[in-house]
Design a protein around this ligand. Structure first.
Ligand code: BES
Ligand code: ZN
Length: 464
């Protein structure tokens, strides 16, 4: 059977595929830091070249930020007829910053394959999020091409370089290039397995709203002996405001915050119960034991279907070595909200800012800076691509593939529907312990290898 030959090819060529991934991982394409602009460009060039070698018509497409990579494989032109469906594959080549650098066991952009007690891993920034994942699809295409001399259907590849910095160029680019990008269905490889061993298709993603605020008090830093007690202290004000965002049961207190938050359907609740999520292990793996979200919710709900408000950073005053008795002029925080259902990022932003302003004492003021915003998205499981893909995953992993939620955010997943009127299917092979966004990020060799094989099987099923 020809699929078996493609799978055998994938197994044989794994060392070369791994070398190619290591090569891509050596490019420090950190999108959020302007110092790495040329490296982002270089990663895009690397991908264009690789796609051309696979027979795609590929180009780097400028944006006001980092370039997109768009590539087409048109079976019409290669004489194979317009074989359907027309699939689009999305991944992102940008990575998160590496700090704190001193917590890495090796240089983040000097990747290598390591033997660990849990198996072989590819270590380096971006190994899992998302270079290793996006290469699973390209390697599946490579093996298919090597075996058949062509690809199984019309394919468009769309790779972004700004996903980790809120995708500022994405909507305009999708609008301007809608005709070129539209396909029957989008495949996205930027999510994970369920509990490290069960393949999964993500059916819902949370949205995201980022807010930064600065509380201003006195017009200069003050001696805390001279002024402490009488002067307003912005750090205390900030703490009180942040502490007021949750009540004792873990609910967020902003007026109207839960208005557009739907309850889980009975069917979904039953399906999630069937997944028997081991929350003790999930928390135990990161040194915790007690779920700390809303009191009356299950841990899976807390991660997948409930909104959150988290403080991601807080600073102000003297934080250097030693001690300084200072009363600071300013205090700062970065806050993110994960959104679900129909929650509108702009309405949440308005409610948050109104709350902060109403809680300011005399002599204090506040500045806000908005960061990314994207609504939650829900995939259409009824799309005819889902069940064949699920069967393909089940076959590869030997465990029934699950429909799951995802606590993270991938803004484009919803944009495909909104701007191109197409469904997206999220399939990924990351594991919970990949340490994405953290020091020592890794991608298991098993994820990489079986990920490539999974895509070959999905392509086979979708084009039969
Ligand atoms: N690949 C992640 C999304 C993800 C996170 C999937 C966890 C599965 C598990 C993605 O690259 C990411 O980190 N997105 C950011 C979005 C942002 C910066 C707009 C996120 O979720 O914080
Ligand atoms: Zn990602």
């Amino acid at each position: 059977m020809s699929l078996d030959a493609v799978l055998a090819k994938i197994d044989d060529a794994l060392p070369q595929a791994t070398e190619r991934l290591l090569d891509l991982l050596r490019i420090p394409s950190i999108s959020t830091d302007p110092a790495f602009k040329a490296d982002c460009d270089r990663a895009a060039d690397w991908l264009v070249e690789d796609l051309i070698s696979l027979g795609f018509e590929a180009s780097k497409r400028p944006t006001p930020g980092h370039p997109m990579v768009v590539a087409h494989f048109n079976t019409d032109e290669t004489g194979n007829g317009a074989k359907s469906p027309h699939l689009l594959f999305y991944g992102h080549y940008d990575v998160q910053p590496v700090d704190p650098l001193d917590l890495w066991d090796r240089a983040p952009f000097d990747p290598q394959v390591e033997e660990t007690p849990k198996g072989r891993v590819i270590r380096g920034r971006g190994a899992s999020d998302d270079k290793g994942q996006l290469m699973t699809f390209l390697e599946a295409c490579r093996a298919w091409k090597a075996q058949h001399g062509t690809l199984p259907c019309r394919l468009t590849i769309f790779l972004e370089g700004e996903e980790e910095s809120g995708s500022p160029s994405l909507i305009p680019f999708m609008k301007e290039n809608a005709e070129e990008l539209r396909a029957d269905v989008a495949l996205i490889c930027d999510t994970g397995l369920f509990e490290s061993k069960t393949p999964a298709i993500v059916t819902m993603l949370r949205g995201l709203l980022g807010e930064e605020l600065t509380i201003h008090g006195p017009d200069k830093d003050l001696h805390s002996g001279m002024y402490g007690g009488v002067a307003a202290n912005p750090i205390r004000v900030l703490n009180r405001i942040l502490a007021g965002l949750h009540d004792d049961s873990g609910r967020i207190t902003l007026p109207g915050f839960y208005d557009a938050v739907p309850e889980l359907s009975d069917a979904m609740r039953a399906q999630w119960q069937g997944l028997a999520f081991d929350h003790a292990r999930f928390l135990g793996d990161v040194g915790l034991s007690v779920p700390a979200g809303e009191a009356d919710r299950t841990p899976l709900e807390m991660i997948w279907s409930r909104p959150t408000c988290e403080v991601n950073g807080i600073w102000g005053g003297y934080t250097g070595d030693g001690f300084k008795t200072v009363l600071p002029a300013q205090a700062h925080a970065k806050i993110s909200f994960r959104l679900v259902g129909q929650q509108d990022p702009f309405a949440i932003r308005k409610a948050f800012r109104a709350y902060v302003e109403s809680a300011l004492p005399a002599d204090c003021s506040v500045d806000f800076k908005g960061h990314g915003n994207s609504p939650a998205s829900q995939m259409s499981v009824a799309n005819p691509a889902f069940e064949p893909a699920r069967a393909a995953l089940t076959e590869e992993w030997g465990v029934a593939a699950a429909y799951v939620g995802c606590g993270g955010s991938i803004p484009i997943a919803g944009y495909f529907k909104t701007y191109l009127d197409m469904d997206a299917m999220l399939i990924g092979f990351g594991k919970d312990d990949d340490q994405i966004h953290s020091p020592n990020e890794k991608y298991d060799m098993e994820s990489f290898h079986k990920g490539i094989r999974s895509w070959a099987r999905v392509l086979d099923r979708l084009t039969r």
